[in-house]
Write a protein that binds this ligand. Structure first.
Ligand code: F0G
Length: 445
Protein backbone atom coordinates (compact mmCIF):
# COMPACT_ATOMS: atom_id res chain seq x y z
CA UNK A 1 0.00 0.00 0.00
CA UNK A 2 2.98 2.33 0.40
CA UNK A 3 2.72 5.25 -1.99
CA UNK A 4 -0.96 4.63 -2.70
CA UNK A 5 -2.20 7.96 -1.33
CA UNK A 6 -1.13 11.41 -2.48
CA UNK A 7 -2.49 14.92 -2.90
CA UNK A 8 -3.52 16.38 -6.22
CA UNK A 9 -4.63 19.82 -7.31
CA UNK A 10 -8.36 19.92 -8.22
CA UNK A 11 -7.72 22.11 -11.27
CA UNK A 12 -7.39 19.69 -14.20
CA UNK A 13 -5.20 22.17 -16.14
CA UNK A 14 -2.79 22.38 -13.19
CA UNK A 15 -2.90 18.91 -11.62
CA UNK A 16 0.14 19.43 -9.37
CA UNK A 17 0.77 16.48 -7.06
CA UNK A 18 2.22 16.36 -3.56
CA UNK A 19 3.18 13.66 -1.07
CA UNK A 20 0.60 12.82 1.57
CA UNK A 21 2.63 14.52 4.34
CA UNK A 22 2.11 17.91 2.67
CA UNK A 23 0.38 20.40 4.99
CA UNK A 24 -0.45 23.18 2.55
CA UNK A 25 -4.17 23.34 1.84
CA UNK A 26 -3.50 24.66 -1.66
CA UNK A 27 -1.11 23.91 -4.52
CA UNK A 28 1.56 26.52 -5.19
CA UNK A 29 -0.73 28.15 -7.77
CA UNK A 30 -3.43 28.62 -5.14
CA UNK A 31 -5.86 25.84 -6.11
CA UNK A 32 -7.47 23.43 -3.65
CA UNK A 33 -6.23 19.88 -3.16
CA UNK A 34 -7.81 16.42 -3.14
CA UNK A 35 -6.58 13.30 -1.38
CA UNK A 36 -6.23 10.66 -4.11
CA UNK A 37 -5.72 6.90 -3.97
CA UNK A 38 -4.07 4.90 -6.72
CA UNK A 39 -5.70 1.58 -5.88
CA UNK A 40 -9.32 0.80 -6.62
CA UNK A 41 -10.98 -0.73 -3.53
CA UNK A 42 -12.93 -3.90 -4.17
CA UNK A 43 -16.68 -3.72 -3.62
CA UNK A 44 -16.37 -6.86 -1.49
CA UNK A 45 -15.45 -4.38 1.28
CA UNK A 46 -19.18 -3.63 1.58
CA UNK A 47 -19.44 -6.95 3.40
CA UNK A 48 -16.45 -6.12 5.63
CA UNK A 49 -17.98 -2.75 6.61
CA UNK A 50 -21.22 -4.47 7.50
CA UNK A 51 -19.45 -7.08 9.61
CA UNK A 52 -17.51 -4.40 11.46
CA UNK A 53 -20.83 -3.17 12.89
CA UNK A 54 -20.23 -6.03 15.28
CA UNK A 55 -17.18 -4.25 16.62
CA UNK A 56 -15.49 -7.19 18.37
CA UNK A 57 -13.79 -4.85 20.80
CA UNK A 58 -12.25 -2.55 18.22
CA UNK A 59 -12.97 1.16 18.58
CA UNK A 60 -12.09 1.51 14.90
CA UNK A 61 -14.98 -0.79 14.02
CA UNK A 62 -17.28 1.05 16.44
CA UNK A 63 -16.40 4.37 14.84
CA UNK A 64 -18.77 5.36 12.04
CA UNK A 65 -15.78 7.02 10.38
CA UNK A 66 -13.02 4.43 10.74
CA UNK A 67 -15.38 1.54 10.00
CA UNK A 68 -14.86 2.70 6.41
CA UNK A 69 -11.10 3.15 6.94
CA UNK A 70 -10.17 1.29 3.75
CA UNK A 71 -11.78 4.13 1.76
CA UNK A 72 -9.88 6.86 3.66
CA UNK A 73 -6.60 5.09 4.07
CA UNK A 74 -4.31 8.06 3.60
CA UNK A 75 -2.19 6.77 6.50
CA UNK A 76 -1.51 3.78 4.26
CA UNK A 77 -1.64 1.33 7.10
CA UNK A 78 -2.35 -2.36 7.03
CA UNK A 79 -6.01 -1.90 7.82
CA UNK A 80 -6.49 -5.36 9.38
CA UNK A 81 -3.90 -4.70 12.05
CA UNK A 82 -5.44 -3.02 15.10
CA UNK A 83 -2.15 -2.06 16.73
CA UNK A 84 -1.20 -0.26 13.55
CA UNK A 85 -4.56 1.52 13.58
CA UNK A 86 -4.06 2.71 17.16
CA UNK A 87 -0.68 4.18 16.31
CA UNK A 88 -2.10 6.37 13.58
CA UNK A 89 -5.86 6.85 13.66
CA UNK A 90 -7.34 9.51 15.93
CA UNK A 91 -10.69 8.64 17.46
CA UNK A 92 -12.94 9.75 20.32
CA UNK A 93 -12.95 6.18 21.56
CA UNK A 94 -14.92 5.06 18.51
CA UNK A 95 -17.74 7.55 19.10
CA UNK A 96 -17.44 9.71 15.96
CA UNK A 97 -20.18 8.80 13.49
CA UNK A 98 -21.18 5.83 15.63
CA UNK A 99 -24.78 6.91 16.20
CA UNK A 100 -25.36 8.37 12.79
CA UNK A 101 -27.73 6.65 10.39
CA UNK A 102 -30.81 7.63 8.40
CA UNK A 103 -34.27 7.46 10.00
CA UNK A 104 -37.83 7.80 8.79
CA UNK A 105 -39.61 10.75 10.48
CA UNK A 106 -43.31 10.62 9.73
CA UNK A 107 -44.26 14.14 10.88
CA UNK A 108 -41.46 15.65 8.80
CA UNK A 109 -42.58 13.59 5.78
CA UNK A 110 -46.17 14.75 6.23
CA UNK A 111 -45.08 18.40 6.44
CA UNK A 112 -42.87 18.02 3.37
CA UNK A 113 -45.58 16.23 1.40
CA UNK A 114 -43.67 13.04 0.62
CA UNK A 115 -44.39 9.44 1.51
CA UNK A 116 -42.77 8.44 4.81
CA UNK A 117 -41.05 5.51 3.08
CA UNK A 118 -39.33 7.84 0.61
CA UNK A 119 -37.83 10.25 3.13
CA UNK A 120 -34.76 9.56 5.24
CA UNK A 121 -33.29 12.09 7.62
CA UNK A 122 -29.85 11.45 9.05
CA UNK A 123 -29.05 13.23 12.33
CA UNK A 124 -25.35 14.03 12.66
CA UNK A 125 -26.01 15.92 15.90
CA UNK A 126 -25.48 12.79 18.00
CA UNK A 127 -21.78 12.91 17.36
CA UNK A 128 -19.74 13.45 20.56
CA UNK A 129 -19.33 17.19 20.05
CA UNK A 130 -22.87 17.52 18.71
CA UNK A 131 -22.38 17.99 14.98
CA UNK A 132 -21.22 16.37 11.73
CA UNK A 133 -17.83 18.04 12.19
CA UNK A 134 -16.50 15.09 14.23
CA UNK A 135 -16.50 12.95 11.05
CA UNK A 136 -13.97 15.18 9.35
CA UNK A 137 -12.13 16.22 12.49
CA UNK A 138 -11.17 12.59 13.16
CA UNK A 139 -9.35 12.46 9.82
CA UNK A 140 -7.92 16.00 9.90
CA UNK A 141 -6.46 15.48 13.38
CA UNK A 142 -5.13 12.09 12.27
CA UNK A 143 -3.19 13.91 9.57
CA UNK A 144 -2.12 16.59 12.06
CA UNK A 145 -0.77 13.82 14.30
CA UNK A 146 0.90 12.13 11.33
CA UNK A 147 2.95 15.22 10.58
CA UNK A 148 3.66 15.96 14.27
CA UNK A 149 1.57 19.13 14.63
CA UNK A 150 1.45 20.59 18.15
CA UNK A 151 -1.40 23.03 17.56
CA UNK A 152 -4.55 22.89 15.48
CA UNK A 153 -6.24 26.10 14.35
CA UNK A 154 -9.66 26.90 12.94
CA UNK A 155 -12.18 29.61 12.29
CA UNK A 156 -15.71 28.71 13.17
CA UNK A 157 -19.37 29.58 13.39
CA UNK A 158 -19.24 27.31 16.47
CA UNK A 159 -19.46 23.64 15.63
CA UNK A 160 -16.00 23.31 14.08
CA UNK A 161 -14.47 24.94 17.15
CA UNK A 162 -16.37 22.61 19.50
CA UNK A 163 -15.19 19.57 17.56
CA UNK A 164 -11.60 20.81 17.17
CA UNK A 165 -11.46 21.63 20.89
CA UNK A 166 -12.71 18.19 21.85
CA UNK A 167 -10.26 16.33 19.62
CA UNK A 168 -7.34 18.57 20.63
CA UNK A 169 -8.05 17.97 24.32
CA UNK A 170 -8.16 14.22 23.70
CA UNK A 171 -4.89 14.24 21.80
CA UNK A 172 -3.08 16.65 24.11
CA UNK A 173 -2.69 19.24 21.37
CA UNK A 174 -3.15 22.99 21.61
CA UNK A 175 -6.10 24.52 19.81
CA UNK A 176 -6.77 28.11 18.69
CA UNK A 177 -10.26 28.96 17.50
CA UNK A 178 -11.21 32.18 15.72
CA UNK A 179 -14.82 33.08 16.16
CA UNK A 180 -16.93 36.00 14.92
CA UNK A 181 -17.55 37.81 18.22
CA UNK A 182 -21.19 37.76 19.32
CA UNK A 183 -22.32 35.69 16.34
CA UNK A 184 -22.15 32.12 17.55
CA UNK A 185 -24.60 30.07 19.61
CA UNK A 186 -23.82 30.21 23.36
CA UNK A 187 -23.73 26.41 23.63
CA UNK A 188 -21.01 26.24 20.98
CA UNK A 189 -18.92 28.97 22.57
CA UNK A 190 -19.13 27.27 25.94
CA UNK A 191 -17.92 23.98 24.44
CA UNK A 192 -14.78 25.63 23.07
CA UNK A 193 -14.06 27.09 26.54
CA UNK A 194 -14.87 23.80 28.26
CA UNK A 195 -12.39 21.86 26.09
CA UNK A 196 -9.63 24.33 26.84
CA UNK A 197 -9.30 25.93 23.41
CA UNK A 198 -7.76 29.38 23.11
CA UNK A 199 -10.56 31.57 21.81
CA UNK A 200 -9.69 34.50 19.57
CA UNK A 201 -12.61 36.86 19.14
CA UNK A 202 -12.70 38.47 15.73
CA UNK A 203 -14.53 41.71 15.18
CA UNK A 204 -16.24 40.67 11.96
CA UNK A 205 -18.00 37.67 10.46
CA UNK A 206 -16.93 34.09 9.78
CA UNK A 207 -15.25 35.07 6.50
CA UNK A 208 -13.05 37.58 8.39
CA UNK A 209 -12.32 35.00 11.10
CA UNK A 210 -11.22 32.42 8.51
CA UNK A 211 -8.82 34.87 6.90
CA UNK A 212 -7.27 35.71 10.27
CA UNK A 213 -6.99 32.06 11.33
CA UNK A 214 -5.24 31.09 8.10
CA UNK A 215 -2.69 33.88 8.62
CA UNK A 216 -2.14 32.74 12.20
CA UNK A 217 -1.72 29.10 11.18
CA UNK A 218 0.90 30.07 8.62
CA UNK A 219 2.82 32.47 10.86
CA UNK A 220 2.71 30.43 14.07
CA UNK A 221 3.03 26.87 12.96
CA UNK A 222 -0.59 25.91 13.39
CA UNK A 223 -2.33 23.12 11.52
CA UNK A 224 -5.58 24.31 9.90
CA UNK A 225 -8.58 22.05 10.48
CA UNK A 226 -11.22 23.97 8.54
CA UNK A 227 -12.88 22.17 5.64
CA UNK A 228 -10.43 23.66 3.11
CA UNK A 229 -8.14 21.01 4.58
CA UNK A 230 -8.52 18.03 2.18
CA UNK A 231 -8.23 15.55 5.06
CA UNK A 232 -11.42 16.97 6.64
CA UNK A 233 -13.22 16.11 3.42
CA UNK A 234 -12.06 12.48 3.66
CA UNK A 235 -13.78 11.90 7.01
CA UNK A 236 -16.95 13.67 5.91
CA UNK A 237 -17.28 11.21 3.03
CA UNK A 238 -18.50 8.74 5.64
CA UNK A 239 -21.78 10.70 6.03
CA UNK A 240 -23.02 9.55 2.60
CA UNK A 241 -21.25 6.19 3.09
CA UNK A 242 -23.40 5.49 6.14
CA UNK A 243 -26.57 6.62 4.38
CA UNK A 244 -25.79 4.44 1.37
CA UNK A 245 -24.90 1.46 3.52
CA UNK A 246 -28.26 1.67 5.31
CA UNK A 247 -29.94 1.74 1.88
CA UNK A 248 -28.01 -1.41 0.86
CA UNK A 249 -25.84 0.73 -1.43
CA UNK A 250 -28.89 1.50 -3.58
CA UNK A 251 -28.49 5.18 -4.41
CA UNK A 252 -31.28 7.50 -3.32
CA UNK A 253 -32.40 10.09 -5.88
CA UNK A 254 -31.29 13.02 -3.74
CA UNK A 255 -28.95 13.89 -0.88
CA UNK A 256 -29.76 17.26 0.69
CA UNK A 257 -27.50 19.44 2.86
CA UNK A 258 -27.61 22.92 4.33
CA UNK A 259 -24.89 24.98 2.62
CA UNK A 260 -22.32 27.09 4.46
CA UNK A 261 -18.63 26.78 3.59
CA UNK A 262 -19.62 23.84 1.32
CA UNK A 263 -17.35 21.24 2.93
CA UNK A 264 -20.26 18.80 3.08
CA UNK A 265 -21.22 19.40 -0.53
CA UNK A 266 -17.59 18.84 -1.54
CA UNK A 267 -17.16 15.68 0.50
CA UNK A 268 -20.45 14.18 -0.65
CA UNK A 269 -19.46 14.93 -4.25
CA UNK A 270 -16.04 13.33 -3.79
CA UNK A 271 -17.56 10.26 -2.11
CA UNK A 272 -20.02 9.81 -4.98
CA UNK A 273 -17.36 10.40 -7.65
CA UNK A 274 -15.17 7.72 -6.10
CA UNK A 275 -17.95 5.18 -5.52
CA UNK A 276 -19.17 5.62 -9.08
CA UNK A 277 -15.69 5.36 -10.57
CA UNK A 278 -15.08 2.17 -8.58
CA UNK A 279 -18.40 0.70 -9.72
CA UNK A 280 -19.83 0.55 -6.17
CA UNK A 281 -22.93 2.53 -7.16
CA UNK A 282 -24.67 2.49 -10.53
CA UNK A 283 -26.78 5.62 -10.10
CA UNK A 284 -25.50 9.03 -9.03
CA UNK A 285 -27.74 10.73 -6.45
CA UNK A 286 -28.34 14.43 -7.08
CA UNK A 287 -27.06 16.82 -4.41
CA UNK A 288 -29.28 19.69 -3.30
CA UNK A 289 -27.65 22.50 -1.34
CA UNK A 290 -29.89 24.71 0.77
CA UNK A 291 -28.59 28.18 1.57
CA UNK A 292 -30.21 30.62 3.93
CA UNK A 293 -31.83 33.54 2.08
CA UNK A 294 -29.51 35.86 3.99
CA UNK A 295 -26.30 33.98 3.05
CA UNK A 296 -26.96 32.79 -0.47
CA UNK A 297 -23.70 33.06 -2.39
CA UNK A 298 -23.84 29.60 -3.95
CA UNK A 299 -27.52 29.81 -4.81
CA UNK A 300 -27.13 33.31 -6.30
CA UNK A 301 -24.17 32.36 -8.48
CA UNK A 302 -25.45 28.92 -9.45
CA UNK A 303 -28.87 30.21 -10.43
CA UNK A 304 -27.63 33.20 -12.41
CA UNK A 305 -28.92 35.81 -9.94
CA UNK A 306 -25.71 37.83 -10.36
CA UNK A 307 -24.90 39.28 -13.80
CA UNK A 308 -27.23 36.69 -15.33
CA UNK A 309 -24.61 33.94 -15.65
CA UNK A 310 -25.25 30.53 -14.05
CA UNK A 311 -21.83 29.59 -12.77
CA UNK A 312 -20.72 26.00 -13.35
CA UNK A 313 -17.60 23.92 -12.65
CA UNK A 314 -17.47 23.66 -16.44
CA UNK A 315 -15.18 20.61 -16.44
CA UNK A 316 -12.62 22.43 -14.33
CA UNK A 317 -12.92 25.80 -16.04
CA UNK A 318 -15.28 27.75 -13.77
CA UNK A 319 -15.65 31.48 -14.27
CA UNK A 320 -13.70 32.43 -11.13
CA UNK A 321 -13.75 36.09 -12.16
CA UNK A 322 -17.51 36.07 -11.77
CA UNK A 323 -17.04 34.85 -8.19
CA UNK A 324 -14.51 37.64 -7.52
CA UNK A 325 -16.88 40.22 -8.99
CA UNK A 326 -19.68 38.88 -6.77
CA UNK A 327 -17.47 39.24 -3.67
CA UNK A 328 -16.42 42.75 -4.74
CA UNK A 329 -20.07 43.61 -5.18
CA UNK A 330 -20.82 42.37 -1.63
CA UNK A 331 -17.96 44.49 -0.27
CA UNK A 332 -18.87 47.59 -2.26
CA UNK A 333 -22.51 47.47 -1.22
CA UNK A 334 -21.57 46.60 2.38
CA UNK A 335 -23.63 43.40 2.12
CA UNK A 336 -22.89 41.02 4.99
CA UNK A 337 -24.34 37.51 5.33
CA UNK A 338 -27.26 37.71 7.75
CA UNK A 339 -29.30 34.84 9.17
CA UNK A 340 -30.46 33.69 12.58
CA UNK A 341 -29.01 30.30 11.57
CA UNK A 342 -25.51 31.49 12.47
CA UNK A 343 -23.93 28.12 11.58
CA UNK A 344 -24.41 28.93 7.89
CA UNK A 345 -23.95 32.70 8.06
CA UNK A 346 -21.16 32.62 5.51
CA UNK A 347 -20.67 34.92 2.52
CA UNK A 348 -17.52 33.46 0.98
CA UNK A 349 -17.85 29.67 0.94
CA UNK A 350 -14.23 28.55 0.99
CA UNK A 351 -15.00 25.31 -0.85
CA UNK A 352 -17.08 26.88 -3.60
CA UNK A 353 -15.05 25.35 -6.45
CA UNK A 354 -15.18 21.83 -5.03
CA UNK A 355 -18.87 22.47 -4.34
CA UNK A 356 -19.45 23.39 -7.99
CA UNK A 357 -17.59 20.27 -9.06
CA UNK A 358 -19.90 18.19 -6.84
CA UNK A 359 -23.00 19.85 -8.28
CA UNK A 360 -21.80 19.29 -11.84
CA UNK A 361 -21.00 15.62 -11.23
CA UNK A 362 -24.36 14.97 -9.58
CA UNK A 363 -26.52 17.29 -11.70
CA UNK A 364 -27.24 19.06 -8.44
CA UNK A 365 -29.29 22.09 -7.48
CA UNK A 366 -28.96 25.00 -5.06
CA UNK A 367 -31.76 27.01 -3.51
CA UNK A 368 -32.58 29.19 -0.50
CA UNK A 369 -34.98 29.09 2.43
CA UNK A 370 -35.98 31.78 4.94
CA UNK A 371 -35.21 31.89 8.65
CA UNK A 372 -38.82 31.19 9.60
CA UNK A 373 -38.90 28.19 7.26
CA UNK A 374 -35.71 26.79 8.86
CA UNK A 375 -37.30 27.16 12.30
CA UNK A 376 -40.33 25.16 11.10
CA UNK A 377 -38.01 22.49 9.68
CA UNK A 378 -36.08 22.28 12.94
CA UNK A 379 -39.29 22.11 14.97
CA UNK A 380 -40.98 19.36 12.97
CA UNK A 381 -37.85 17.21 13.44
CA UNK A 382 -38.32 17.76 17.17
CA UNK A 383 -41.90 16.47 16.99
CA UNK A 384 -40.48 13.14 15.79
CA UNK A 385 -38.30 12.91 18.89
CA UNK A 386 -35.08 14.03 17.24
CA UNK A 387 -32.97 17.05 18.03
CA UNK A 388 -31.41 19.39 15.49
CA UNK A 389 -30.33 22.99 15.20
CA UNK A 390 -31.83 25.72 13.05
CA UNK A 391 -29.33 25.41 10.18
CA UNK A 392 -30.18 21.70 9.92
CA UNK A 393 -33.84 22.64 9.52
CA UNK A 394 -32.76 23.93 6.09
CA UNK A 395 -32.52 20.35 4.82
CA UNK A 396 -36.15 19.65 5.76
CA UNK A 397 -37.67 22.81 4.32
CA UNK A 398 -35.31 22.73 1.36
CA UNK A 399 -36.73 19.32 0.43
CA UNK A 400 -40.24 20.72 0.88
CA UNK A 401 -39.52 23.68 -1.36
CA UNK A 402 -37.96 21.51 -4.08
CA UNK A 403 -40.96 19.16 -3.97
CA UNK A 404 -43.38 22.09 -4.21
CA UNK A 405 -41.39 23.28 -7.25
CA UNK A 406 -41.53 19.73 -8.67
CA UNK A 407 -37.74 19.57 -8.89
CA UNK A 408 -37.79 16.68 -6.43
CA UNK A 409 -40.55 14.31 -7.58
CA UNK A 410 -42.96 12.84 -5.05
CA UNK A 411 -41.79 9.29 -5.70
CA UNK A 412 -38.08 10.16 -5.40
CA UNK A 413 -36.08 8.69 -2.52
CA UNK A 414 -34.55 11.55 -0.55
CA UNK A 415 -31.90 11.62 2.18
CA UNK A 416 -31.66 14.88 4.14
CA UNK A 417 -28.72 15.47 6.45
CA UNK A 418 -29.45 17.06 9.84
CA UNK A 419 -26.03 18.52 10.49
CA UNK A 420 -26.08 19.42 14.18
CA UNK A 421 -27.78 19.31 17.54
CA UNK A 422 -29.49 22.30 19.18
CA UNK A 423 -26.93 24.43 21.01
CA UNK A 424 -28.95 27.60 21.43
CA UNK A 425 -31.47 26.68 24.09
CA UNK A 426 -33.65 29.76 23.64
CA UNK A 427 -34.40 29.19 19.94
CA UNK A 428 -37.00 26.44 20.55
CA UNK A 429 -38.30 28.25 23.65
CA UNK A 430 -38.92 31.45 21.67
CA UNK A 431 -40.39 29.48 18.76
CA UNK A 432 -42.93 27.65 20.89
CA UNK A 433 -43.91 30.74 22.89
CA UNK A 434 -45.16 32.38 19.72
CA UNK A 435 -48.55 30.82 18.82
CA UNK A 436 -48.25 32.09 15.24
CA UNK A 437 -45.48 29.63 14.50
CA UNK A 438 -46.67 26.60 12.55
CA UNK A 439 -45.62 23.90 15.02
CA UNK A 440 -45.74 26.01 18.20
CA UNK A 441 -47.12 24.43 21.36
CA UNK A 442 -47.31 27.54 23.59
CA UNK A 443 -47.06 27.15 27.36
CA UNK A 444 -50.21 27.15 29.50
CA UNK A 445 -50.66 28.70 32.92
N1 F0G B 1 -24.86 22.87 9.51
C1 F0G B 1 -24.20 23.12 10.65
C2 F0G B 1 -24.86 22.74 11.94
C3 F0G B 1 -22.92 23.73 10.63
O1 F0G B 1 -22.29 23.97 11.76
C4 F0G B 1 -22.37 24.09 9.38
C5 F0G B 1 -21.07 24.72 9.30
C6 F0G B 1 -23.09 23.80 8.22
C7 F0G B 1 -24.33 23.19 8.32
C8 F0G B 1 -22.56 24.11 6.87
O2 F0G B 1 -21.73 23.10 6.43
O3 F0G B 1 -19.75 24.41 5.76
O4 F0G B 1 -20.02 22.03 5.10
O5 F0G B 1 -21.44 23.79 4.08
N2 F0G B 1 -20.42 25.15 10.28
C9 F0G B 1 -19.04 25.61 10.22
C10 F0G B 1 -18.48 25.84 11.60
C11 F0G B 1 -18.76 26.66 9.23
O6 F0G B 1 -17.56 26.64 11.73
O7 F0G B 1 -18.91 25.21 12.55
P1 F0G B 1 -20.67 23.33 5.27
Amino acid sequence: MQGDAYLKCVDPQCGLEYPIENTNVQCEKGHMLDVKYKNKPSSSLKEVFYERRNSEGSIFNESGVWRFRDLLNFCQIDTENLDECSKYLVSLDGAEGRQSKPYHMSKAAEFIGISNNNLWLQPEGYNPSGSFKDNGMATAVTHAKMIGAKKIVCASTGNTSASAGMFAANEGMNCDVYIPAGQIAPGKLSQAYQFGAQIVEVDGNFDDALKQSLDDAQNHDGYTVNSINPFRIEGQKTIPFRALEYLDWESPDWIVYPGGALGNTSSCGKALMELYEWGWIKKIPRIAVINSEGASTLSDLYNGKFEGEEIRWNKGNPNTELISRYYNHLDKEGLKPKTKATAIQIGRPANILKGLRALEFTNGVATTVSDSEMLDGMSVVGLNGFDCEMASGASVVGIKKLIDEEIIKKDDIVVGILTGRQKDAMIPVDYHRNPENRFAIPPKN
